[in-house]
Design a protein around this ligand. Structure first.
Ligand SMILES: Nc1nc2c(ncn2[C@@H]2O[C@H](COP(=O)(O)OP(=O)(O)OP(=O)(O)O)[C@@H](O)[C@H]2O)c(=O)[nH]1
Ligand SMILES: [Mg+2]
Length: 206
């Protein structure tokens, strides 16, 4: 017959080993999925400032982006590799050369801009929504600068940009935000990540 002490030890040892492993040897956390996004919008709309804040960098001393800049923006359940394209007049004509490989689009708007700039922004957004490399992708449209008294509400932006008919059948989110409202910004990015995940699952099903 087995000695009861030995028997006790034999059951205790594997148990304590399992506890030790569970507590201390969890191994690396599961890899977060990465998505490649393109971020567009007129100059001064706030692309670099918003992305810097999301990366916990100071949005002060931000300078206008000449060409493009790439940032890996970390979220709890995904990493977004965001390629921001400078929005100045002389750069916008090259935007479409940098669309390839994108899995989603962020369009930033200065909601308090002049009528002229708003119209330019609308034309740019319409071109992007219809571009063959972007037209099937999830869009996050950020109506930024909401802290300014002249800012248009999301309802006004939606109407002015004629988003309902143009974006029908597409996955898109229109979110009001400002540089001071990180909660709204993070919330809109988590909605975007949901759309990107949905698209991923769809691709797997096909
Ligand atoms: N009041 C206010 N100012 C903002 C907001 N977002 C950005 N700005 C300011 O707008 C200015 C331009 O911001 P940028 O982040 O450089 O704009 P951008 O879209 O990257 O511009 P380009 O790189 O030239 O295309 C900066 O002085 C920011 O501080 C906002 O929500 N409210
Ligand atoms: Mg910039």
């Amino acid at each position: 017959a087995l000695c009861p002490v030995l028997l006790k030890r034999a059951t205790f040892l594997p148990l304590s080993w399992q506890c030790f492993r569970a507590l201390c040897c969890k191994g690396p956390p599961p890899a977060r999925p990465e998505y490649d996004l393109v971020c567009i919008g007129l100059t001064g709309s706030g692309k670099t400032s918003l992305l810097s804040k999301l990366c916990s960098e100071s949005p002060e001393n931000v300078v206008s982006t000449t060409g493009f800049s790439i940032k890996a923006v970390p979220f709890q359940n995904a990493i977004l590799n965001v390629k921001e394209l400078g929005g100045a007049d002389n750069i916008r004509k090259y935007w479409s050369r940098y669309y390839q490989g994108s899995q989603g689009v962020i369009f930033v708007l200065d909601s308090a801009s002049s009528e002229d700039d708003l119209e330019t922004a609308r034309n740019e957004l319409h071109s992007a929504l219809q571009h063959p490399q972007l037209c099937t992708l999830p869009f996050l449209i950020l109506a930024n600068h909401q802290d300014k008294p002249a800012a248009r509400s999301v309802q006004e932006v939606k109407k002015y940009f004629e988003l309902e008919p143009l974006a029908r059948g597409k996955r898109w989110i229109l979110q009001p935000c400002s540089l001071d409202d990180m909660d709204a910004l993070k919330d809109s990015f988590s909605q975007l990540i949901n759309l990107l995940e949905e698209k991923d699952h769809e691709a797997v099903r096909m």
